[in-house]
Design a binder for this molecule. Structure first.
Ligand code: NAD
Length: 295
């Protein structure tokens, strides 16, 4: 079958390349970045000149795009997927969106006879690359079942969480937790720095003790090395946390911790770090206290 992939950046790129490597599907890609396209065509994909051309030729169209506005443009906008994909085709969105956006896009697709799965992912670029990423899927049982082999070709775990909207719900809750853990890790590492303890030894303790989490691991790896090259941009993390806080507000759940992390992100973005890695929130502490957490 023909699989189209739109948005082959930090996450979409490695996931698309795993589909190319692990299946016999013909893969067609589109991205605004020529370099991102080339990394996929070098492995055997072909490049489409536009979203419209790609959508009109594919049985399944997959997207991994930065923010809800771009997802809506590419799906429901002029020249987009809904306007051009074949009736009976399937659309799978791997981007992180709000449940409301997912439902709106699914309704637009349904009106054109296109089935949709919202399938946000977690695990970062490392697990997108080694094919062990977890996918949380919202959509109809039958559509999920039909597309399970494709989803499994680039992931380690597929969880069908419910109907459209619940994939995004699971993803936003997960990311809120991960960002809170990462922000706590930044604070912990700064306390460690000021105490004079050997940071490498502190890190070795935490990685084997009860303070460990993937939020801690990501933060300490990047902060201790001073490497803030984006594998997950702060701007995208801020978008995810904003959507999670909106969801908490709609559901009437008080925020004690996540809003503090949001403020930390706002300060880091105010320092011009939005396009740096999301671990850059530690640089707010570093700037305020005039010393860096490196080891
Ligand atoms: P990215 O910016 O690296 O990749 C997005 C790609 O989309 C880029 O290559 C960009 O050129 C392309 N693009 C933007 N607008 C486009 C358009 N109109 N048409 C075609 N292509 C377009 O971002 P990413 O880190 O790969 O994130 C993608 C999605 O995955 C986001 O929703 C993000 O929240 C989510 N996500 C990211 C991570 C991570 O660790 N980076 C983890 C899980 C989920």
């Amino acid at each position: 079958m023909k699989v189209g992939f739109i948005g082959v950046g930090n996450m979409g790129g490695p996931m698309c390349r795993n589909i190319i490597r692990n299946t016999n599907h013909e893969v067609i890609v589109f991205d605004l970045s020529a370099d991102a396209v080339k990394a996929c065509t070098d492995l055997g994909a072909s490049a489409a000149p536009s979203v419209a051309d790609l959508a009109s030729r594919c049985d399944v169209v997959i997207t991994s795009l930065p923010i809800p506005r771009v997802v809506e443009e590419v799906t429901l906008g002029a020249g987009g997927i809904a306007e051009n994909a074949k009736a009976g085709s399937v659309f799978i969105d791997l981007s992180t969106n709000s449940p409301a956006t997912a439902k709106r896009v699914a309704a637009g697709m349904q009106a054109k006879g296109i089935a949709m799965l919202e399938a946000p992912v977690s695990g970062g670029t490392a697990r997108a690359t080694d094919g062990t990423i977890v996918i949380m899927v919202g959509g109809d049982d039958k559509v999920v079942e039909q597309n399970l082999p494709l989803l499994k070709s680039f992931s380690g775990e597929v969880v069908h969480v419910g109907e459209i909207g619940y994939g995004s719900t699971a993803k936003l809750i997960n990311n809120m937790l991960a960002f809170c853990n990462a922000a706590a890790a930044a604070e912990a590492l700064m306390i460690g720095k000021r105490s004079g303890i050997d940071l490498k030894k502190l890190d070795a303790v935490i990685r084997n003790a009860s303070g460990m989490s993937s939020g801690y691991a990501g933060m300490s790896t990047k902060a201790l090395a001073g490497n803030f090259q984006p594998t997950f941009a702060l701007d995208l993390a801020h978008k995810d946390l904003r959507l999670a806080l909106e969801m908490a507000d709609e559901l009437g759940v008080p925020g004690m911790i996540a809003p503090q992390v949001m403020n930390l992100m706002r300060m880091a973005r105010g320092m011009g770090l939005g396009s740096s890695d999301s671990a850059s929130v530690i640089r707010v502490y570093e700037k305020a206290l005039g010393e860096e957490v490196r080891a």
